[in-house]
Design a protein around this ligand. Structure first.
Ligand SMILES: [Zn+2]
Length: 489
């Protein structure tokens, strides 16, 4: 049977154009080695379009024949990546193919690379489908709510294997050294990982682009520096973002804020995130439009303090963005608890760029990472009363209006339904401790359509979480409008 699946896998590689005829036996022999098999017969097999239907029986075979150290999910994923890697072009060939397509156009090139990442199961399409997504209509443009059920929790079988894990190589999950790496299950399966070269801001091939295996939105991608150097947000970042958009005008690109608390989860490695998706912030109402030097600056009605600079001239946009950013870096307003500096800097921005026809839309979301005795995790951070739904940093994607909520929430919601509908005792559910106050509140609500109520409640709390991060929350909308008017030169 295993011979049939290897034949099917080879056929899949050939039909999807990532394996060439000349490389068939080279690929077969590498797969045989992984499966500890000594022979192979080339036979006619039916074409299978779904790679999981070919790869799963191969993994089952590997487990039954002790080719894997554990049958945990991470070990299986790592093994799958190794098997698929046997079919794939090397990174240098990948780059040649990508840039051959790029000659036709950037869209042709990214369509090819995205399709490649799906067909090779690097993007975990089947798992992403498990996520729960819906829109929440509240005080602002409708927000995207996602409960993330696709990224697997760590399996104890894998953790056991992981005891002696060294994190020195690669230094972090964004390092270019991850291309083709096979280590312990604590790392994402990377043997089939491919990154295409990018030149940004006159730095030739110093950058790479890859898709996210657990995409939160369409064509969710990551742009990374090839060297492991810390995140920065300044003029250079703005230039890099605009240059990326010049090269890939069909994408949106943004950077996390680069400071702890208001930044993303990996501050040690400079990177951006992007994709082909319309985020809620793009549909925000406009509080004020200001015309300057053939540009429009729009103050947005958004839970976080945000503006959009619109214009077709790249240099004017950069000058305007820089000058507003510099003004913000020094801005202080003790009355409304904005402090630019203590022994370190606190004011920064989350910048995002997208093209709309001939116009750049440069979004700037103002951020501050000050902490206080009462709010040690951050003043402009989710309020502790909402930690039961969201405790983590509000990064770039969430600041644009897309909630990424942990999978555990789904099981907790099921328990909450039990408590509410069947008058069960909350104390019998230790996982619901953190939700106690919320459950008391829910009890006072009409429960006819409980699923709908819970969905709306989560949306309402996420909206409030975003408002918690608004740097002008202790002032008024007018304070923010005054600030922007002064910041514009
Ligand atoms: Zn790194």
């Amino acid at each position: 049977m295993i011979n049939k699946y290897i034949n099917q896998l080879i056929k899949y590689g050939i039909n999807n154009h990532f394996l060439e005829e000349d490389d068939i036996y080279y690929a077969v022999n590498r797969i045989l080695k992984l499966l500890d098999i000594n022979s192979f017969q080339s036979i006619e097999v039916e074409e299978e379009l779904d790679i999981t239907k070919i790869i799963n029986p191969i993994i089952d075979y590997a487990i039954a024949n002790n080719c894997l150290k554990s049958s945990g999910l991470a070990s299986k994923d790592a093994f799958e990546a190794q098997v698929i890697d046997c079919l794939l072009p090397r990174p240098s060939e990948m780059n040649r193919i990508f840039y051959k397509h790029y000659k036709t156009g950037p869209l042709t090139a990214t369509n090819w690379f995205h399709d490649f990442s799906i067909k090779t199961n690097y993007i975990k399409t089947e798992r992403i489908k498990q996520n729960i997504n819906y829109k929440y209509v509240g005080k602002y443009a409708p927000l995207d709510i996602t409960i993330n059920l696709s990224k697997p929790e760590k399996d104890p079988l894998d953790i056991k294997l992981d005891k002696n894990n060294s994190t020195e190589y690669p230094l972090c999950p964004l390092c270019i050294e991850n291309v083709g790496v096979y280590q312990t299950p604590s790392l994402a399966p990377r043997t089939n990982h491919r990154v295409v070269n990018l030149s940004l801001n006159h730095e030739k091939d110093k950058w790479g682009m890859q898709y996210s295996p657990y995409a939160y939105f369409n064509e969710h991608l990551i742009v990374l520096r090839k060297d492991h150097s810390p995140m920065y947000v300044n003029q250079k970042t703005f230039q890099e973002l605009i240059d990326f958009i010049n090269k890939f005008p069909h994408y949106l690109i943004g950077s996390n804020a680069g400071l702890p608390i208001v930044g993303g989860s990996i501050l040690s490695h400079h990177h951006f995130q992007g994709g082909r998706y319309d985020f809620p912030i793009e549909k925000a109402q406009v509080l004020q439009k200001i015309k300057r030097k053939r540009m429009t600056i729009e103050i947005l009605d958004w839970p976080l303090a945000a503006i959009r600079i619109i214009g077709s001239n790249e240099n004017s946009i950069l000058d305007m963005a820089n000058s507003i950013f510099e003004y913000w870096q020094k801005y202080e307003n003790q009355d409304i608890k904005i402090l630019a500096k203590t022994d370190e800097e606190h004011n920064t921005v989350t910048p995002i760029v997208k093209l709309d026809g001939a116009n750049y839309n440069f979004y700037m979301i103002f951020r501050n990472n000050l902490t206080s005795k009462e709010l040690p995790l951050g003043i402009f951070h989710p309020n502790p009363s909402r930690f039961h739904i969201k405790k983590e940093n509000i990064g770039l994607i969430e600041a644009m209006g897309m909630a990424i909520l942990p999978g555990r929430l789904l099981q907790e919601l099921e328990m909450i339904k039990e408590v509410l509908l069947n008058q069960k005792n909350i104390l019998d559910y230790p996982d619901l401790d953190k939700h106690q106050e919320w459950i008391y509140y829910l009890k006072s609500q009409p429960l006819e359509d409980l699923d709908d109520l819970l969905k709306k409640e989560i949306g309402r709390i996420f909206e409030a979480v975003l408002e918690d991060c608004n740097v002008f929350k202790y002032g008024t909308k007018q304070d923010f409008i005054n600030f922007v008017n002064k910041a514009i030169y």
